[in-house]
Structures are given as C-alpha cells and as structure tokens.
Design a protein around this ligand. Structure first.
Ligand SMILES: Cc1cc2nc3c(=O)[nH]c(=O)nc-3n(C[C@H](O)[C@H](O)[C@H](O)COP(=O)(O)OP(=O)(O)OC[C@H]3O[C@@H](n4cnc5c(N)ncnc54)[C@H](O)[C@@H]3O)c2cc1C
Ligand code: SF4
Length: 462
C-alpha cells in the first residue's frame, strides 16, 4: 500500500523535526483578528431578528448582540454578552466546530456562500478580558448552601462558576492535577496555544467561592454517599474515563496505542520533539480524536499517516472542515474498511483490514475482501466509555443508556440531589460547548432546588 517506505523495521524516533519546525507546526491554527479585520467582519452581520446563529449555538449566545457591540468598539460589553451564556466563550471560540453550529446557520451562507466568522469575532471580544483579568462577574450574597462538583472539565467548571455567581459555596474535586479536563489534556495543541486552558481556568476561579481539590477521585478517595452527606447537592462531570478497544488479538502489544493517552502526553510535553513518533502511523476511527492524532502525528514528523474508517465521509464524527484539515495536512483518509487483524512480530508491524458495505437498513457488514497497511504505530480512536464502578453502593440507583448516565432536561439524574453533565451523560454530543451548557443548566436547576424545594428529596425517592 502507499504508506510503505520500503523500510520494514519499526521506525520510531524522537526529534523527527527541528525545534523550529515543531514550533511552526504547533503555532496557533487560527490567529486572532486585528481591529480593522474584526470591524470589517462585524459589518457583514445582518443582525437578523430571531437570529438562526443564536438558535444553533448550544449555549444560546446572543450572537448579533455581541457582534453589534464589537462594531461600536464596546469590547468589554461584547465579552459580557458572550460570557453571560458561556463562561468558556474564549475556549469555544477556538474549539467549537462552528461550521456545523452557528456558522452553518448563518444567513450569509445563502447570500454569499460564506458565513460571518462568528468564532473569530467571539475570540476577538473575549481575549482581552482574559488577557487583562477583567472582572465581569460578582457573587450574590452567600446562600449558606454547599455543592460538590466532581470533575473540573468544561462541565464542572461551568457549573461551579454559575453556582458561585448565584451565591453558593462549591467544592470542586478533580482527579487530574490540573483543572480543565480535555481542554488541558485532549484538545489539539494548535487550537489552544499559550497555555490558554489554564489561563481560562484561572479566570473562572477568580470569581471566588470555589474550593478546589485536585488529585482526588470519586470512587477511590471519596464515595457519592460521602458527598451527599456533606453537601446539599452534587454535580457529576467526570467525563468518560475509559477508552474503547478494538477487540482484536494482540491489542496490548507494543506499538498499539490509545490516541487519547498519547494526545494527553503531547499536550503536557515541555518539548514536543522529545516524543517518540512513528514514521508510518495508522489511525483507527472517524471522529475528532482520530483527526487530531493523525494531524498531530504529521506535525511531529510522521511521513505516512492513514486514517481508516469503517463507513463513509458523511458518517464520520469529524466534521467536513476537520476532514479537510486532515487531508490538507497530508493525512490519507480511507473509508469503508474495518480492522481485521493486528499484524505483529515482536511488536506491531501493520494492520489487515476488511472492506465493508452498508445495507439499506444502515447495518454494516464485511465483504470478505482484505488489504493491509504497514505501521510503526497504530492509534485507536474508537470512542471512550463511562466507568460506572465509581458509584459504590449507589451504582444501581443510576439509570444508564448506551453506556452513559440518564438525566432529565435539567440534568437531574435518577439519584436524589444529584445532577450530571458533559460527556458522561446520554444525549450529549461530546463537545466542549455542550458540556458548558450542561453545567450552566444544572447550576440553574440546583439553585432552584436549593432555594425552593430542597425538601423534595423524599419526593424523588418515591
Ligand atoms: C482528543 C480530543 C479532542 C477533542 N477536541 C474537541 C474540539 O476540538 N472541540 C470540541 O468542542 N470538543 C472536543 N473534544 C470533546 C471535548 O473535549 C469534551 O466534550 C469535553 O471536554 C467534555 O467535558 P467534560 O467536562 O464532560 O469532561 P472532561 O473534559 O473529560 O473532564 C472531566 C474531568 O473530570 C475529572 N475526573 C475524571 N474522573 C474523575 C473522578 N472519578 N473523580 C474526580 N474527578 C474525575 C478529570 O480529571 C477531568 O478534569 C475533544 C475530545 C477529545 C478526547
Ligand atoms: S445569522 Fe449571520 S448574519 Fe444573521 S445575525 Fe447571525 S451572524 Fe449575523
């Protein structure tokens, strides 16, 4: 196949590229607009009534409202409009797949085939607030209630911030040493340069009223029962801990790696050139993680990078924009094939695939025809799973669907005084912006519960 460089020995090396090349490859993929650029872009907005972009935004930001403020140079007011609905407006400006959200809905698409660049305008408005530490929020009078938030990713931080604004005390428990969740350990490095994730965390915590405990895990260091005893409500936002497996023999052999684990290492590396990189890299999966590991492998110096996905381009979890990014970065995407066999000697040497086809009812089957790719490294990026063994005696009280927690519209779980949001809940589309919205919605409902019907616990238990 085309990824064969002729060298069949495993070719895995550090420092494939010079430090300067790596710096250039991992520079900001979408740099900020200058003031003239922002004003010109803001002028393209029609300020639509019942704006479809706002309807398409999972956090319902008043998009024409914030763009109008940019036009009148009211940058602080613009940021306030954004952050009121989405406290991670800065992060979302960088990582949201706007091409399938607000910008897909923009009416400029029908007139000019080019939406208003909402993402970059949002970044233009929010960056100065973070850069200058401008305080835009104050806490309401102390309510006397305490809420435990488990998980310091987008969902947990959003919930904690809104609860604090509403006057409640929050204790935020986080397994990892750094807060931010996948913003810190998962998102592609070129989307969040200059330590942006930690700067945003600091801004969120600067509201006060949020006590942070890192390096502590629900299920190991504390139980849900403990939290419910010591707090008035609990919000669960621990993401998805486990990575799905391919289910093939030799999956644990040297050279078969979890994409999520490698990306976490890459994000934390002081010097990316120190990371060992394969020359022939094969990625299994079709989502954002698959694209991210493929593009980042290329940017670290891998020569041949192939993504193999079992269905077609339309069914890939990665948006068309992300697929284009992969292809323009030199990644080959192969569709309609599924892993059949991991090829090994004393470590991985490649993978055999079976061609697939889809029946009229959407079901997938193998055709029996096979082909293979050589690989120094195979990354698996086939989704993550929820670890439910962390609930102890409460495990059976939670309802699960498709391996995730079931919640109602207000993000209440089936356990009294317990809410959940982010990647760990069913119905969430595994985006930063939806996790932020979950945290906000849950905080508003927790506030209502604490102030009006905290006595309602008994009612739930019936
Ligand atoms: C590689 C990758 C790239 C992505 N790229 C994008 C992108 O470009 N754009 C986008 O919109 N979305 C992207 N996503 C998805 C997005 O990052 C997630 O949807 C989002 O981070 C989910 O937020 P969360 O708060 O639910 O969970 P997480 O971000 O996973 O945070 C969970 C937090 O809980 C903590 N925790 C875990 N277990 C426990 C425990 N037992 N006790 C206490 N704390 C615990 C962890 O330390 C972590 O801080 C990407 C995801 C991945 C994996
Ligand atoms: S849909 Fe486009 S033009 Fe209309 S308000 Fe939103 S950004 Fe402006």
């Amino acid at each position: 196949m085309t990824n064969d460089s002729g060298n069949r020995k495993p070719d895995i090396q550090q420092g494939r590229l010079s430090a300067a090349q790596i710096d250039a490859n991992f520079g900001d993929i979408s740099p900020s607009l200058s003031r003239p650029e922002a004003l010109i872009e803001a002028d393209r907005c029609y300020f639509c009534f019942d704006a479809p972009c706002t309807t398409a935004c999972p956090t319902a930001i008043d998009i024409p409202g914030f763009i109008q403020k940019i036009r009148s140079d009211n940058i602080k007011g613009s940021a306030q409009t954004i952050l009121n609905e989405n406290i991670m407006g800065g992060m979302c400006a960088r990582v949201c797949p706007t091409e399938i959200l607000c910008e897909e809905a923009c009416v400029r698409n029908t007139h000019e085939d080019k939406p208003v660049n909402i993402g970059l305008l949002q970044r233009y408005a929010t960056d100065p607030v973070l850069d200058n530490g401008t305080a835009l929020f104050t806490r309401a009078q102390d309510s006397g209630f305490s809420v435990a938030v488990v998980g310091g990713g987008p969902a947990g931080l959003s919930c904690a911030h809104r609860l604090s604004v509403l006057g409640h005390s929050v204790v935020l428990f986080n397994r990892d040493q750094k807060l931010g969740g996948l913003n810190e350990y998962g998102i592609a490095a070129y989307k969040v340069v200059n330590n942006f994730a930690q700067r945003e965390v600091e801004y969120i915590l600067s509201i006060g009223g949020i006590e942070v405990k890192t390096g502590v895990s629900l299920g190991t260091d504390m139980s849900l029962a403990d939290l419910l005893e010591n707090h008035d409500a609990v919000f669960l936002a621990f993401g998805l801990g486990g990575a799905n497996k391919l289910g093939l023999p030799n999956e644990d052999i040297d050279g078969v790696l979890s994409a999520v684990d490698y990306i976490a290492e890459l994000r934390q590396a002081k010097n990316k050139g120190d990371l060992a990189v394969g020359n022939r890299v094969v990625v299994i999966g079709g989502g954002m993680t698959a694209v991210d590991i493929a593009v980042q492998s290329k940017r670290l110096g891998a020569e041949f990078v192939d993504i193999v996905y079992r269905r077609g381009p339309e069914q890939m979890g990665a948006s068309r924009h992300e697929q284009d990014l992969a292809q323009t970065s030199g990644v080959t995407i192969r569709h309609w094939a599924r892993p059949a066999k991991i090829l090994v000697d004393d470590r991985v040497t490649g993978m055999e695939f079976e061609c697939t086809e889809q029946a009229a009812d959407g079901s997938l089957s193998g055709t029996g025809q096979t082909w293979s790719l050589h690989a120094d490294v195979i990354f698996t990026a086939v989704g993550q799973t929820l670890s439910t063994d962390i609930f102890g005696e409460k495990t059976d009280s939670f309802k699960h669907v498709r391996g995730k927690l079931v919640v109602d519209d207000n993000r209440r779980t089936t356990v009294p005084a317990t809410w959940a949001g982010g990647d760990c809940i069913d119905g969430n589309d595994d985006l930063t912006v939806t996790a932020v919205q979950d945290g906000k919605v849950a905080a508003i409902d927790i506030d209502r519960f604490l102030r009006t019907d905290k006595q309602g616990d008994e009612q739930w238990q019936t």
